[in-house]
Design a protein around this ligand. Sequence first.
Ligand code: ADP
Length: 462
Amino acid sequence: MLSLKTKLSLYFISVALLCVILITIMANIFMEKQFKQYTISNQEQKNKNIANLINQQYSENGSWNFDGVEEIGISALQEGLVLKLTNSSGETVWNASRHNHGICKEMMDNLINNMSARYPSWDGKFLSNEYPLFYKNNRIGTVTIGFYGPFYYNENDLMFIKTLNSIIVVVGLISLIFAFALGIFISHRLSRPIQKVILTAKNIANGYYSDRINEITGINEIFQLTTEINNLARALEKHETLRKRLTSDVAHELRTPMATLQSHLEAMIDGIWDADNKNLVRCHSETIRLGKLIKGLEELARFEGDSITLTMDNYDICSQMKSVLLDFEAAFKSKNVTVFFHGNPLKIYADMDKIRQVLINLISNAVKYTPEGGKISIDVSSNSKNAKITVKDTGLGISNEDLPFIFERFYRADKSRTRTTGGAGIGLAIVKTIIDAHKGNITVKSELKKGSEFAVTLPLCQ
Ligand code: ADP
């Protein structure tokens, strides 16, 4: 199979070759046509000039200067014109074919041969035009000029055409060499980024997700292709990072309660600890931690399954929010958190249970990550298309490095922070999956040590 570079080169070269050949042929045909036109229109002028010159041969002396006439006649003959001069009585006083019969015949034969050789279809006929001659308003005779019509080329004309044709061919050849070089250059420019795309795609397939295409191209489609490949590599790299993180996180999360549980049980078996209520509660709390993690994994599997089924309904999100806030009343009180709520009845079209889960997750995070005495503001509003729910807190905030990953499963902004709060980094992944399934949107703004604001948009009722 031919490479793209070879194919493009061949394509450019054949197109260039075709163009150059076509231009050369067209230029040739056009030029000859123009020259023929010029020759035809020039013939009459040439004849008149000769007639004037002959007339001058009489005007200068008041009688014929035959030497001068002969000179003009011979030079006209060399241009393929046969002159015959008659006086006022109609008698021939000079005739090219009679006076110089040998040269005249040779010249004419030569002209016919040249024209027939170059233009096999040339059907030149011997024509003659008559031009009256005057001296002091008296007619002194007539000059008859014979020539091959409608057009013919003399030696000089043929030489001129030949030179012009050679120039066209040379220009054509130079253009061809130029087009050849340009074709190779362009195909190289076009194929280089594509070759880089192939190489990068191969590297990505082999697991080198950090590989990128840095080729600069001015071609929109190739630019889009390289951008998309880079995006693909970036997405795969991100997933790979998360996958590694997920494995190490799950292992770590499992290892800690398991190791604690094991050491507690060993202490009791070895008789170091009494198997009393206090120590059994310790062991129990570790099994609860394990249970929470497994529950989180199960929940995630349920929401991230191939098809999350929604039971859609029109209902008031504002009253749903109020009811969720009521459930958190005790948590707010125990942390001494002040809650501000603003919102009017607003109907949305959504799955009531799943949106409740979203609200619970967002509010529980706000409580979890807001220190004692903090504030949580909740707002329910709408524009013409969507309902907007914002949950804002004055909590720990999330760093800029963590923000892009916050909705990824098992991602925790600050591991030590969430380990104490018991979070496994699953809540927001579930929230995002539910919101996406509703064709809604979730965004987050946050500043470390100042607080976070989660904004959810959902379609209004239908
Ligand atoms: P978790 O169960 O660990 O809270 P989430 O998916 O709900 O998991 O949250 C993921 C991460 O986002 C957590 O590590 C937490 O640090 C951070 N986070 C979520 N909500 C907030 C918030 N309101 N303020 C500060 N950090 C938050």
